[in-house]
Write a protein that binds this ligand. Structure first.
Ligand code: ASP
Length: 330
């Protein structure tokens, strides 16, 4: 009898050990008119290398048992520090040739969240968003107040021209030129969205979503998009999923995209893929809102739908190799 109990215990233990808790992350570096013909080989290789580096940074933390927020921050910071994406260094220009940055983060276990909008001197806005979540009683801080909080928290500050890149400057000039020709309502700064984000599942079953952006090229009047809006550009709930968005922010705000995907899973019992696909390929597409999302659920399922030509994206789940894509055929 005792031998049978012992055997049973051994069997349970080995099964538990072989079924390691799922973990992993998904990242994006923006959706838009990204065509093979527009990207030279050298730049494409460098972009793929940066996406892989961001995936690795988050994955190592998760592999070692670290939490989803640490992994999300590590991945997003690499993308913010890269000049290739519209977040941190390489952020797009406003109409007055400056940079105004937005970011947000949310934890699925507690529904705690932090966001900043219109910051101009914080090197890594995602770090500031995290501090709003952990060290303040608020969810969202903006402009000068957010900068004061960053100073108080001794975050790394940089002059606004640290974010300059020649590529984005040319993009602004083209957008300004084009805006002379198109109607006031059409926005010529809305073809490429280089916002960055990460959605993460750790071994403890917790989700985090994080998003960081420079907004849209040629934006005016303190325009704020979806990226720092909890529910629109970023959302996480352990009961459903974690989502980070990129695209024409005005639509993502009006259709509460990130929350809608999580809600469809909860209320309609859709799978992650069904919910994300429906919102991006039907709801947004029919409304005329271009862009995409990355999403992950507590079982480690991944979705990365977009309704544009391409989206910089990648994922690395458990022991599997990382996967990186740019174009729709990747
Ligand atoms: N969603 C961002 C915004 O509207 C832009 C982007 O995805 O690049 O501010």
């Amino acid at each position: 009898m005792e031998r049978i109990t012992l055997l049973f215990c051994l069997l349970v233990t080995t099964t538990a050990l072989s079924q390691e808790a799922p973990f992993g992350l998904v990242i994006h570096g923006g959706a838009g008119t990204i065509l093979r013909s527009n990207l030279d080989e050298q730049k494409e290789t460098a972009i793929r290398e940066t996406l892989n580096r961001a995936l690795d940074a988050g994955w190592v933390i998760l592999h070692n048992g670290g939490n989803s927020t640490e992994a999300a921050i590590a991945a997003v910071k690499i993308l913010e520090d890269s000049p290739f994406f519209n977040a941190g260094k390489g952020a797009v220009y406003t109409n007055t040739e400056t940079h105004e940055l937005d970011a947000s983060i949310m934890e699925g276990k507690t529904l705690q969240a932090g966001a900043v909008s219109g910051v101009t001197n914080v090197k890594n806005p995602i770090e500031l968003a995290r501090l709003v979540m952990t060290d303040s009683p608020h969810v969202m801080l903006s402009g000068e107040g957010a900068e004061s909080f960053a100073k108080e928290k001794k975050l790394e500050l940089v002059p606004n021209d640290y974010f300059n890149t020649d590529y984005r400057y040319q993009q602004l000039q083209k957008a300004k030129e084009k805006s002379k020709k198109v109607s006031r309502k059409a926005d010529p700064g809305l073809e490429k969205f280089g916002t960055v984000g990460a959605v993460v599942l750790d071994k403890h079953g917790n989700l985090t979503a994080a998003t960081s952006t420079g907004g849209t090229t040629n934006k005016r009047y303190g325009r704020v998009g979806d990226s720092p809006i909890i529910g629109a550009g970023t959302y996480a709930n352990n009961q459903s999923c974690a989502v980070s968005a990129t695209g024409h922010g005005e639509y993502f705000i009006r259709y509460v995209v990130a929350y809608d995907i999580c809600a469809r899973m909860l209320y309609r019992e859709e799978t992650l893929e069904e919910a994300a696909d429906y919102v991006v390929s039907t709801t947004l597409k029919e409304a005329g809102g271009s862009g995409g999302v990355i999403a992950i659920d507590v079982s480690g399922n991944v979705a990365m739908p977009f309704n544009t030509k391409g989206m910089y994206r990648g994922y690395r789940i458990g022991a599997d190799d990382p996967v990186v894509g740019i174009y729709s055929e990747d």
